[in-house]
Design a protein around this ligand. Structure first.
Ligand SMILES: [Zn+2]
Length: 96
């Protein structure tokens, strides 16, 4: 068990969150304080973070495929790959 640095409540280590303050320090807080501090509940925050990670992976994959297509198939396919990458990025970042 750790203690929330904001409200002083004891929280499970697995439920405790590391939050970066405006001053740049890290504080260990509970999920309720996290919501109060950021205005977004932790589930939504975790979901968004996961989403961003997936978007990054998809874009990296497309970039790798683009490079491969460019080398193996030529500039036309490379250009198609770039268009595809941009489309994937736009689609993924629009989905909230
Ligand atoms: Zn708290």
């Amino acid at each position: 068990m750790v203690k929330c640095e904001r409200c002083g409540r004891a929280v499970e280590e697995t439920a405790a969150l590391k939050h970066k303050t405006d001053a740049g320090d890290y504080e260990v807080i509970c999920q309720d304080c996290f919501q109060a501090a950021t205005g977004v509940d932790y589930q939504t925050f975790a979901f968004r973070r996961e989403n961003a990670k997936m978007t990054l992976l998809a874009v990296l994959f497309c970039l790798a495929a683009t490079v491969y297509a460019f080398v193996e198939k030529g500039a036309l396919y490379g250009a198609l790959g770039i268009v595809l990458t941009i489309l994937v990025y736009l689609f993924a970042s629009k989905k909230k």
